[in-house]
Design a protein around this ligand. Structure first.
Ligand code: NQM
Length: 365
């Protein structure tokens, strides 16, 4: 494929990514991933030769097409393009890019406009199929991006896009236990859409409100967290997670601003400036269930405010069952998204050799 490829660049929640129609990409996954590395400018920590923004949160791809099943309008495949390594991973989804999928599907004519609000039923195909309904504002027959909804981590308000997740009956604690112990640390492994390992800040000799930069600079902490992550990943049924971006690691401590909990999240090596969408749902579930390392007692009804480095994220979630048999009955949250650019992108030539002085690929997703 030597020509340009149709592509829309969008901010989805607190992330940014390239959105493609599935039909515009190679069918073969290996061919597609190789092309996406060349589109995004990987492997290179600066991604200077591509669309990627030199951070995992701005090096993302959404692939959208008509749904294969009858119960959704479109299928959404998320791909994490690792900035500094030649890795494209489909092992996680992204609830932030998900916010842009409804608008993108309408813009590309996959879903007809349905009045002032268009509901788009989206099947998240990776890692486990789940259906979510996005409510997109479409006054006058066109997607409205501007509006007054503020989101921590995005300095400019925009039109709200509520996302409704019906429960799917999946158990939220994949090890079958509410508390596990890895590397002499008590953890809770939870997965309510994003596999996350919860740890108490005090157990890691932290306060819990350290800055992302300070946490990323703490090499002994990072080494310990990686040992915990590898053990937890295997226990959660994710296999060998060395080269994958899941599970995430969230350090929890008491809320500072009247919310549910304070969080700092490794995704899994860089520290999130905020928190992922399904990551926040998983954290909330870990706090609401009794008997985990993060249980918060005496809760008022939701929505629950998950505090993070740049503000907070409101998650509305209802649980069914108790203990290791807990699952999510439903959850709802609100994001915003914005179309930034629509056009064609030119991947670098597959024959282009890397120059010997090109930056080191040492690094992690
Ligand atoms: O948890 C970052 C993000 C995410 C993922 C990450 C996300 C989610 O903020 O649903 O949105 O954890 O890699 O985009």
């Amino acid at each position: 494929m030597s020509g340009g490829i149709r592509c829309m660049l969008m901010r989805g929640g607190t992330s940014k990514g390239a959105y493609f129609l599935a039909a515009d990409l190679p069918d073969d996954a290996a061919e597609r991933d190789d092309m996406l590395l060349r589109v995004m400018g990987s492997p290179d920590p600066r991604q200077i030769d591509g669309l990627g923004g030199a951070h995992p949160l701005t090096s993302k791809v959404a692939v959208v097409g008509p749904s294969a099943g009858g119960d959704a309008d479109v299928d959404y495949l998320f791909l994490q393009v690792v900035p500094d390594q030649p890795i494209v991973s489909d092992r996680q989804t992204c609830g932030n890019l998900l916010a842009g999928v409804g608008p993108f599907a309408i813009e590309r004519g996959l879903v007809p406009v349905g009045g002032d609000e268009t509901q788009v039923r989206i099947r998240i195909v990776n890692p486990t199929p789940t259906i979510v309904v996005a409510r997109v504002q479409t006054p006058g027959g066109a997607v409205r991006y501007s509006g007054g909804t503020e989101m921590a981590g995005v300095p400019f308000p925009a039109a709200a896009i509520p996302l409704d997740f019906p429960g799917d009956g999946r158990l939220a604690f994949p090890t079958g236990r509410l508390v596990d112990r890895f590397d002499d640390t008590d953890v809770t492994c939870v997965d309510a859409g994003m596999p996350v390992v919860l740890m108490r800040a005090a157990d890691l000799a932290l306060e819990g409100d350290e800055s992302p930069a300070l946490l990323e600079a703490n090499a002994p902490l990072r080494a310990r967290l990686e040992r915990i992550r590898l053990a937890a990943g295997a226990a959660m049924g994710l296999g060998d997670v060395r080269a994958t971006t899941v599970p995430k690691l969230t350090i929890v401590s008491a809320a500072r601003a009247g919310g549910l909990v304070t969080t700092r999240t490794f995704i899994p090596h860089r520290v999130h400036e905020a928190i992922g969408v399904l990551g926040a749902v998983s954290v909330a579930v870990g706090c609401l269930a009794q008997g985990t390392i993060a249980t918060v007692d005496h809760l008022a009804p939701g929505p629950y405010r998950v505090e993070h480095p740049t503000g907070s994220f409101d998650v509305d979630v209802d649980l069914v069952g108790a203990g290791a048999a807990t699952s999510v009955a439903r959850s709802t949250l609100v994001r915003t998204a914005r179309k930034i650019m629509d056009g064609q992108v030119w991947p670098r030539d597959p024959e282009t050799p890397e120059t010997p002085e090109s930056p080191s690929r040492e690094g992690t997703p």
